[in-house]
Design a protein around this ligand. Structure first.
Ligand code: TGC
Ligand code: FAD
Length: 406
């Protein structure tokens, strides 16, 4: 796998022109600052130039556009709200959200590249790491020189990570790590993995496992029919000797990985709006151009119902995300509020993708339009970072005080 190329090879490039201009029915842009708008427009332009012309080809071939890792670093997509000293962008949470929105307008897999790196790898090192760990890893992760992955899910423990069996046994100045992680975004190409495992006392610790450590492998999971431009794999640990200096010193509980998930779920709440907007944009254009029975599809009441409901749901999601971002900027967004927004906005985008597919008729099932790619991607987004059901149960727990998970 080529990790050094700086642009896509010619066979992945199409002549597709991306004319997307954004949709803002309730003037949400007025709630954004100059910095937010600049960040949004810069990422939107980058997506048009670097993602839209190649993404169908990479997705069709189930290949990861490796050359984009460095470019994502260059545009500041990794950890936009982390401090610049530690490789982040030094912006606020709304800027982070809006960058995720624009990336996911391009493709959920591209947003995943940024979410994992920024929120699931840089964030835990920033929040729970030693100063030495921060200086060693964060600048390289922020620039895209290093690729990271996050290992929480196991073959037998997905929604219930507290049951994990991956474990650490004390061995003097190191721990011996055994176990396996499953469904790990970027694992086959990662330089480092932030892995969550139980220590001898049964406490959940985060360890930084480096590529090349003896006994560590990361085989690719093939055959995904969703998120095809993103690479996914396992993490397998067979008596891997991890130096104790690679343990994140400031956390010893499930709160560690779950707090990272809150950060990433927040980004997905914004990101999913991007996928929904792209489907709506395509459906609106298509319905205005395509004629049946002597008039544009957009002139039929049934199609207007679909389009009107789409923009209504997008508008509600935009307002939810903006309010969540305002709370996050004040450090007041609760994990349950984040769950509600992730759940609502992803389901909203998936519903829009399904309706948009119908508006495109037969053309909607082809890769001439982005709809099916977004739709199949969103099936993953509905499941990862906590499933649709789990987020509902989080809301249920929050409003009743009774947890119904187990
Ligand atoms: P529970 O007892 O509720 O919590 C344990 C401790 O964690 C705290 N906590 C959180 N803290 C921050 N953010 C959150 N979202 C938090 N949720 C819980 C909690 O306060 C407690 O703290 P403390 O200090 O008292 O110990 O834990 P539980 O075992 O009952 O689990 C609850 C449940 C089911 C909600 C949780 O396990 C869960 O969220 N499950 C879903 C698992 C999940 O989301 N996995 C995602 C894996 S990573 C991924 O999908 C990456 S995709 C990457 C890409 O974008 O490509
Ligand atoms: P399960 O937990 O087995 O759930 C199966 C079904 O049962 C779901 O519908 C679920 O909602 C339901 N269910 C489970 N428990 C309950 C309950 N208590 N009550 C009611 N219904 C319930 N993980 C990582 O750690 N790092 C990554 O980088 C990562 N990337 C991923 C990339 C992709 C492409 C995919 C598909 C997944 C990724 N994941 C990653 C894993 C993802 O987080 C899990 O798939 C997800 O948390 C669900 O776990 P599971 O697949 O084991 O499903």
């Amino acid at each position: 796998m080529d990790t050094t190329a700086t642009s896509a090879p010619a066979h992945h490039r199409s002549q597709r022109t991306d004319n997307y201009a954004g949709h803002d029915y309730y003037g949400v842009d007025e709630l954004l600052t100059e910095e937010h708008l600049l960040a949004r427009d810069a990422v939107r332009d980058w997506v048009k130039q670097e993602v839209s012309p190649i993404i169908e080809s990479y997705s069709d071939k189930a290949e990861c556009p490796m050359h984009l890792f460095k470019q994502l670093g260059d545009i500041g997509a990794y950890g936009p709200s982390l401090p610049t000293k530690y490789g982040g962008g030094g912006m606020d949470e709304i800027a982070y959200g809006i960058i995720m929105q624009e990336l996911e307008r391009g493709d959920s897999g591209i947003r995943s590249m940024a979410s994992v790196q920024g929120s699931l790898v840089m964030y835990p090192i920033f929040k729970y790491g030693s100063e030495e760990q921060k200086m060693k890893y964060l600048p390289k992760l922020g620039s895209g020189e290093f690729i990271g992955c996050f290992g929480l899910t196991e073959p037998d423990h997905g929604s219930n990570p507290s049951g994990m069996v991956t474990n650490l046994v004390d061995d003097g100045d190191a721990y011996i790590l055994n176990g396996a992680k499953m469904w790990i975004t970027n694992s086959p190409i990662a330089d480092i993995a932030v892995v969550w495992a139980k220590d001898p006392e049964g406490k959940i610790r985060g360890v930084i496992v480096e590529k090349g450590m003896k006994g560590f492998s990361a085989p690719e999971i093939k055959g995904k029919l969703s998120l095809r431009a993103s690479i996914t794999g396992e993490l397998v640990f067979e008596d891997v000797r991890v130096p104790k200096k690679n343990v994140l010193p400031e956390i010893a509980s499930l709160r560690g990985p779950l707090s990272c998930l809150s950060k990433a779920r927040y980004g997905i709440a914004w990101g999913a709006i991007g996928a929904g907007l792209d489907c709506y944009d395509s459906a609106l254009r298509y319905s205005l151009e395509r004629e049946q029975f002597g008039r544009p599809l957009a002139g039929f009441q049934l199609q207007q119902k679909k389009l009107a409901e789409m923009i209504t749901e997008i508008t509600k999601a935009q307002l939810l995300a903006w309010r969540l971002g305002s709370l996050a900027n004040k450090g007041k967004a609760t994990s349950a509020q984040i769950s509600m927004a992730k759940r609502n906005n992803v389901a909203m985008a998936l519903d829009i993708a399904r309706e948009a597919r119908q508006i495109h008729g037969g053309m909607g099932i082809t890769n001439e339009y982005p709809i099916m790619r977004h739709m199949t991607n969103l099936e993953t987004v509905l499941t990862y970072e906590g499933t649709h059901d789990i987020h509902l149960l989080i809301t249920g727990h929050d409003i009743t005080g009774i947890q119904a998970f187990s």
